[in-house]
Write a protein that binds this ligand. Sequence first.
Ligand SMILES: Nc1ncnc2c1ncn2[C@@H]1O[C@H](COP(=O)(O)OP(=O)(O)OP(=O)(O)O)[C@@H](O)[C@H]1O
Length: 475
Amino acid sequence: MSSPRILIVDDEADLRELLEITLVKMGLDIDSAPTLAVARDYLAKTKYALVLTDMRLPDGLGIELVHEVTAQYKNTPIAVITAFGSADNAVVALKAGAFDYLSKPVGLEQLRVMVRSALRISQNDSSDKSSQKAIVPTALRLMGQSEAMQDLRAQITRLARSMAPVAISGESGSGKELAARDIHAQSARNDKPFVAVNCGAIPEALMEAEFFGYRKGAFTGAVDDRDGFFQAANGGTLLLDEVADLPFAMQVKLLRAIQERRVRKVGATVEEQVDVRIISATHQNLHDCVGKGTFRQDLYYRLNVIELSLPPLRERLDDIGLLAQAILTRLGGGQQTVLAPAALDALRSYSFPGNVRELENILERALAFANDGVIEVTDLALKASPSIKIFAPSPPAEETLMVPVLIETEEMILPPLADELPQSLPDHLDDVEREIIRRALAKTRFNRTQAAELLGISFRQLRYRMQRLDINAPE
Ligand SMILES: Nc1ncnc2c1ncn2[C@@H]1O[C@H](COP(=O)(O)OP(=O)(O)OP(=O)(O)O)[C@@H](O)[C@H]1O
C-alpha cells in the first residue's frame, strides 16, 4: 500500500525543505508547489491526504486555495501556515473551511501533531463507509427529526472534521453540552479525552491552576505536580461551558493558551505544548457581553470561529414525542412507560423554559406518579404557561399522595403542612423549593457553587432550578 501523499504549497525554499524532510521522516510522500498554479495542477491529478499551504504566494493568497479545496476536494483537509503574529489570518482561514493552521516559525512537533490529525480524518473518510465510521452512541447524539435538528446534525458532522473553535449558543438545557460531545465523538480525536469545564463553577483564585495545572510547591497545598484541564484534554476536546462567566484576568491567559497552543503550569518555568480543540458554550449572548465590556473582544473573536446555535425546544415541538419516548425508555429501566395522547398534547403545548432538561425532569417526576405504565396529563404537573391549553383534570386519585419532604433543619421554618391541602401541589412544592434555595443563596452570599454544595445538588441542577423558579441574583 502506498503512503499517504501530502501537498506542500510554499514559495520559501528553506521552509519547504524543512517541511519535506520532517514529513518524509514520518513515512509520507510529498509533492511541493511554489505557486498556486502549480498546486492546482497537482490537485487536479492526485488525491492528497493533506494540503498545507502558505498564506502569501507569488500568484495569490493561500486562502484562495482553501476555498477551492473545500469546494472541489471535499475529503481533502487543508491547513494554512500563517505569518508570525497574524492571528486574524488563522481565523479567516478556519472560517473558510481550513481544518487547522500553523504559525511561523513552524514548530516541528506542532507540525507532526497536525499532520497526524489530518491523516486520521483522511483515514476515517476512506475507510469502509458501511462499517459505520466513528460509531457515535445514541446517548451522545442530539435527537429530533425537526428540520432544525437535522440541519444541526449535518452541521456537526461537517465541522467535526476541523480543528476550528466552535462557539455553541442556546438556552439552558437545550443540548449545548450534548452537541459538543457529539462533535468530539464524530471527530478524529474521539479516542482522546473530552473534558467539559464549567467556567462559572471554579473559584477565581483556583482558575489558573485548574486550567493549566501546577508544580509541586507552587502554593500551600500543592504537594504534587498536577495537570490542568488543558493537559487532561490533550489530543482531544476541551469544552468551556458557560464561558461568559470567565473572569477578565483569566480571559487573557486563556486567549494566550489558545493562540500559542502552549500552557505553563503555575510555578513552572517552561511551557508545554498542548493539542486541544476548543469548544465554548454559553446561554448568554457573548456578543452583548463584549459590548458591555465583560468579555474580551479578542477572545470572543478567537472562540467564535464557527457558530452553532441550538434552537429552544418550544421552537421544535414536533420533536417532543420522539424525545419523550427516548427519555422514558432510558429512565424506565426495562419497563416501558408511555404517554397518554392527551399528555403528549399537553407537552406539545408547553413552553419549556428549561428545554430538554426540563422535559427530562418532568418525565422523571411523572414516572413516579404514573399508573399502569401510562403517564396522564395530571402526572406531568405542568406549570401554567402562556401557551398551554386547558385540559380537563383527571378524577382525583383515591389514595393519599405522598408529598416528598425536601430538607428540614432546625432553623428552617418551611411553609407549614397545614391541615388543608394546598390547592395545587406543584405550586406548593415550587414555593417550598424556592424558599430553600433562596436561603442557601443568602447563606453563601449568592455563591451558587457553595449553595449547590449545601443543598447536595450539582451546580447545573441549581442553575436550572433557579431559572425555573425565577430566582435572580441581586443587582
Ligand atoms: N436533542 C436532544 N436529544 C436528546 N437529549 C437531549 C437533547 N438536547 C438535550 N438533551 C438532554 O438534555 C439534558 C440537557 O442537555 P445539555 O446539558 O447538553 O444542555 P446545555 O444546553 O448544555 O445546558 P446548560 O446550559 O444548563 O449547561 C441532557 O441530559 C441531554 O442529554
